[in-house]
Write a protein that binds this ligand. Structure first.
Ligand SMILES: [Ca+2]
Ligand SMILES: [Ca+2]
Length: 323
């Protein structure tokens, strides 16, 4: 083979490879889009165990090693004691949050006028009520700038999770999103409950078992992101977006979606990030290529007053164990 033939073959080979990759990319995108539109509106969950506290399961107390070693913010590993408590089986749903709003007339942070005195210098869009929404980009520039896939959308809130023109009609069994910390707290108090501390949340996610396996692998039984985040969403777990609650197997305590689907608020302030709380569990946007936070020990700060489309919550109740 002479040099010219080699170059021609090389070019043809590269072109073929490119075409195959582009084809896979487009097919992946098409499949993800179809799944997002055609996914189930609810999932069959195991019969709820008899419980004196509706929708909750008991998490026995114990001592465990809290934290992890994958990202710096998970350290140090430390021994922690947790008393027993009750916890919602699932993330709080749109239907549950709607019942709270119907009963109280509560208006969420994302629906209220923005306090431009307390937050001077905001760009015009952010001076309007709204929430931060994930919008899948066609490509990214490799800078890691999250503004390429997160956008502040005026008019986005729990009733219109993607902004004006979107709704939660038919999505009663989906977890509520666009919920700021104060909103989650208001719901919990209305129910006579509380938000979990980070330790309570992590212990429950570890199945109240100090020896629970602590894999860093992407879990199979959770709604996370397969493919190159944020441009290729293969949705191999069946969900290209948020899933209804309870679509994946529960953990041994009977808790669903403790890992993945939506991040969840905890009551703990995030040290070093004033005005932020710890969120736990990772979300449908966590991928091996980005955000390996589909683990009990993973954590992230979140501004209390910023509603986003990958964050929800569940409540707890400190009460005697089942008899
Ligand atoms: Ca998924
Ligand atoms: Ca979750």
């Amino acid at each position: 083979m002479n040099r010219r033939t080699f170059v021609i073959l090389l070019i043809v080979g590269l072109a073929l490879l490119f075409a195959l990759a582009a084809g896979a990319w487009i097919r992946g995108g098409q499949q993800a889009a179809r799944l997002a539109e055609a996914g189930p509106l609810s999932c069959e969950m195991a019969q709820a165990p008899a419980s004196p506290h509706e929708g909750m399961v008991y998490v026995p107390g114990g001592r465990f090693v809290m934290g992890d070693t994958y990202y710096p913010e998970e350290r140090p590993l430390r021994e922690v004691d947790v008393e027993g408590f009750w916890m919602d089986r699932t993330e709080v749903t749109n239907a549950e949050f709607a019942a709270f709003v119907a009963a109280t007339g509560y208006v969420t942070i994302a629906e209220r006028p923005v306090d431009t005195v307390r937050n001077p210098g905001l760009p015009p869009d952010m001076q309007k009520p709204g929430a931060v929404v994930f919008i899948m980009p066609n490509n990214v520039d490799g800078s890691g700038n999250i503004a390429q896939w997160w956008q502040y959308v005026p008019g986005a809130n729990w009733r219109h999770p993607g902004g004006p023109g979107t709704s939660i009609e038919g999505r009663e069994h989906f977890p509520v999103t666009a919920i700021a910390y104060e909103d989650a707290l208001a719901y919990a108090r209305w129910k006579g409950r509380a938000l979990p501390t980070e330790a309570q949340w992590e212990w429950a996610s570890r199945e109240a078992n100090p020896d629970a396996p602590n894999s860093h692998d992407q879990p199979k039984q959770a709604n996370t992101w397969q493919g190159l985040f944020p441009v290729i969403n293969l949705a191999e777990d069946g969900f290209a977006g948020i899933a209804p609650v309870g679509c994946f197997a529960p953990n041994r305590l009977g808790l669903y979606d403790m890992i993945g689907n939506l991040w969840e608020w905890t009551a703990d302030p995030y040290a070093g990030a004033p005005g932020s709380r710890v969120i736990k569990g990772g979300s449908w946007l966590c991928a091996p290529s980005y955000c390996v936070r589909y683990r009990p020990g993973a954590r992230q700060p979140q501004e209390e007053d910023l509603a986003t489309s990958h964050l929800g919550f569940r409540t707890i109740l400190v009460a005697p164990p089942p008899s």
